[in-house]
Design a protein around this ligand. Structure first.
Ligand SMILES: O=C(O)C(=O)C[C@]1(C(=O)O)C=C[C@@H](O)C=C1
Length: 105
């Protein structure tokens, strides 16, 4: 009995470790993709600066969030994905603003 509890605890521990290794790899992929996304956003930001266009484009942001919704039909995870992408869009805008400020100095 004691042994069973111990071994199930150990295998639970191993399972957590394995899942965490997977999360580490997934996080690395997410970081790589987000870096690429920021670079692309910076490119748009430079064009907007040259053309004197505002950083915020509400229609485009709505489109991005709709695209996210279309890619995930699971209502359970949808609200979290929406939150994440709202944060991504905000940080994308902040990054563009920061680059514009730097370039104007
Ligand atoms: O598509 C643009 O116009 C962008 O500047 C990119 C981006 C984005 O990160 O997706 C960022 C800010 C805008 O409000 C809309 C979208």
């Amino acid at each position: 009995m004691t042994n069973n509890i111990k071994s199930s605890t150990i295998s639970g521990h191993d399972e957590i470790q394995a899942a965490r290794r997977q999360i580490n790899q997934l996080d690395q992929s997410i970081i790589d993709l987000l870096k690429k996304r920021f670079e692309t956003s910076a490119r748009i930001g430079r064009i907007k600066e040259e053309s004197q266009l505002p950083v915020l484009d509400n229609d485009r942001e709505k489109q991005v969030l709709e695209q996210v919704a279309q890619h995930d039909s699971d209502a359970e995870t949808q609200k979290y994905l929406q939150n994440i992408f709202q944060a991504i869009l905000k940080n994308s805008r902040d990054y563009q603003h920061q680059l514009m400020q730097k370039e104007s100095k």
